[in-house]
Design a protein around this ligand. Sequence first.
Ligand SMILES: [Mn+2]
Length: 311
Amino acid sequence: MTESIINLVEEYDKIIIFRHLEGDGDALGSQWGLYYFLKDKYPHKEIYAVGDETKGYAGVYPEPHDLSEGQYKGALAIIVDTANQERISGKFYVHTDKIIKIDHHLPVDNYGVINLVDEKRSSCAEIVTELLKAWSNDQALVYEAAYNLYSGIASDTQGFSISSVNSKTFMMAAYLMESEINPSEISQKLRQVDLQVFKFQAYATSKITYVSDSFAYLEISQADLSEYNLDVQEVKFLVNVMRPIKGLKVWGLFIEVEPELYSGSLRSHGININAIASLYGGGGHLQASGVKNLTPVSKADIINDLLAVSK
Ligand SMILES: [Mn+2]
């Protein structure tokens, strides 16, 4: 598959790299890692990275390129970390010529002419790293590519701590280290939060609902956000504050994104919560899924379902 991806990239003079809406560290790290690799490898090609604003990652990743609708025509699209077409950030992908999909979510929509998808991998950035390693014949990547890819792996794996981390993950991290990146600096950059966000974390942690020994959830209202003057993207990471609680098997974060409309982030240790997420139109990974457009009623229902599966 590496060969067919390289061949397709070489055919095109214009390549546009997409990722999912509200890009996270893996989406942005995969995107910018690939961007800097291609810029370095093909200095005469037009290479762009597009997508929506990602306020939670301001200062960590570059700002997306702003293209006019006409500029998408005749381009090759590479879309990273995005399970289905509805999740693609940038609706003008439909004008591109061909699509290569690179992803590690459960494969629900093979929208590419080439689909490099492996749901067992820790992160999309790990898959991109393996691809670029083969592409470069094991030579070290340009620094910016390695920096961004490492950030993607480190953020999606919660610092190499989730269950899909394996020897491949560490081999890819070791390979990226050959580009003289500084993991400590990258981790600090990913972890650091504004004082205001830190204060909000303390407040939010105090209002976690401990339903049982194995299930807890946190609900953040619009009033909470406006009181602290924060937006949804800046607080989504709070799903991780419950991860260390001993005995907890399933947990969730529900953010009121519009009045009476919630987005849920679901996590587990070893329990398939994707099956529940998909009942509510969401999905992602077996132990990390998202659900959108929950009403107060469907939110209460999904909380009951999560409690049942956590036992
Ligand atoms: Mn990911």
